[in-house]
Design a protein around this ligand. Structure first.
Ligand code: PMP
Length: 417
């Protein structure tokens, strides 16, 4: 039995995709125990927008631990919590003219989605939720019920309940005239349709797990108007696309929309620590005591790193400019790959959340395997795992980005030529 067969006989793991043992990592580079270096185009499924072991965040974290800072305070008001809330208010919400109550949910993204769904239902005293084809919102029962992919739902036999799925309109299709939204509007406007008005609509601005499909800004604006017209709450799940991934702190900023509820997690702590929040329009803070709690709401170590990440990266627009520059490199190189090979491929995504749709899951898998053999960790997404997905740290140095892209392009060449 080799090490991987041994490990897999004991635990549920994904080591088969990356057949090595990783030991250390810095920014966008991973080191394996056997001394190899890999460029990281995964960034912990989007949790490491500021890279691995970012020194700017590490030192304050070490200082906090060294000073016996509180590690678990639950509902106590701690200095770490205060620091995060003040920074979030001052650096993120105030300049954007946003007014949300921050609810610390359980440790991970799916917990933030549960809060969003529950409070929407409570606020509107309706049970229905609209979600989109290929949307991904997590693996607890509620969040999985609004997840599109049947394959992901079938294991838990998650009931569709009061969830209505409508097509996610892809910005890449120029002739797409937002059929999904039009149909929903028609059904909700006509009493004869028999369709009850749902409590809310949940959407990603770029579907990460669904295949890096980006919504057009005009689609997001139309979605917001539809929510206003029919008195539904607009929930934007910014767990993967948020925290700068698409170029702005919130991915929906360029659309100028004001969601009623926003979920954030993944890169919010900045250091890969478990942390999730749901932002609620203040009048939606309708919980009665004990209606939604959980032992690991708000991680004090994550408060520390999250505060520093906001202070270091979001006080001015320097970081956003750097993201823009690297996003341009990515777009250019990815378009080049799409054009170079005589295959049915498509550029997907927005900002530094990019992908290439290949003709099949098998091809995309082979490309990732080939890339890994040559020093690049990259994975797939999409309904058929057909999209090669790039989520590198936003702090990746341009040399590493270009080197990773060279490896990726060579992998496409060796699989497709
Ligand atoms: N929403 C989105 C958009 C996500 O991408 C994910 C995770 N991939 C989740 C929710 C669930 O987050 P978690 O895995 O941390 O529960």
């Amino acid at each position: 039995m080799n090490i991987f067969e041994q490990v897999e006989s004991q635990v549920r793991s994904y080591s088969r995709s990356f057949p090595t043992v990783f030991s250390t990592a810095k920014n966008a580079r991973l080191q394996s125990r056997d001394g190899r270096s890999y460029i990281d185009f995964l960034a912990g499924a989007g949790t490491l927008n500021y890279g691995h072991n970012n020194d700017l965040l590490k030192q304050p974290l070490l200082d906090y631990i060294q000073a016996d800072g509180i590690t678990h305070g639950l509902d106590m008001y701690t200095e770490a919590k205060e620091g995060f809330l003040q920074a979030f208010q001052k650096i993120i919400m105030k300049p954007r003219d946003m007014n949300y109550k921050v609810q610390f949910t359980g440790p991970t993204g799916t917990n933030a989605v549960e809060v969003a769904l529950k409070i929407a239902r409570k606020a509107k005293e309706r049970t229905g939720i609209v979600s989109f084809t290929n949307g991904y919102h997590g693996c607890t029962l509620g969040s999985q019920a609004v997840t599109g992919n049947k394959g992901q739902r079938k294991g838990a036999v998650v009931s569709l309940g009061d969830v209505t799925r409508i097509p996610y309109d892809d910005y890449g299709d120029e002739d797409d005239d937002f059929m999904g939204l039009k149909l929903l509007d028609q059904m909700l406007s006509d009493p004869g349709s028999g369709v009850e008005v749902p409590a809310g609509v949940i959407a990603e601005t770029v579907q990460g797990e669904g295949g890096m499909t980006a919504a057009r800004m005009s689609w997001l604006q139309q979605l917001e108007s539809l929510c206003r017209k029919h008195d539904m709450l607009l929930i934007i799940d910014d767990i993967q696309a948020g925290c700068g991934r698409t170029g702005t702190f919130f991915s929906f900023e360029p659309a100028g929309i004001k969601p009623d509820i926003v979920t954030l997690s993944k890169s919010l702590s900045g250091y890969g620590l478990p942390f999730a929040v749901t932002l609620l329009r203040p009048d939606l803070d309708l919980w009665d005591p004990a209606e939604h709690n959980g032992t690991f709401r708000g991680n004090n170590l994550a408060f520390v790193t999250a505060r520093v990440a906001l202070e270091e990266y979001w006080q001015d627009d320097k970081f956003a400019q750097q993201i823009k520059q690297k996003a341009e490199i990515l777009e250019k190189r990815f378009s080049g790959i799409v054009d170079r090979f005589d295959a049915d491929m498509k550029l997907k995504g927005r900002g530094m959340m990019r992908g290439i749709a290949t003709p099949s899951g098998e091809i995309a898998g082979q490309i990732c395997k080939e890339a890994f053999a040559n020093g690049l960790a990259v994975e797939t997404s999409g309904s058929w795992s057909e999209v090669v997905k790039c989520l590198c740290p936003l702090t990746i140095p341009e040399e590493d980005l270009n080197e990773g892209l060279d490896i990726l392009e060579n992998a496409f060449a060796s699989v497709l030529s």
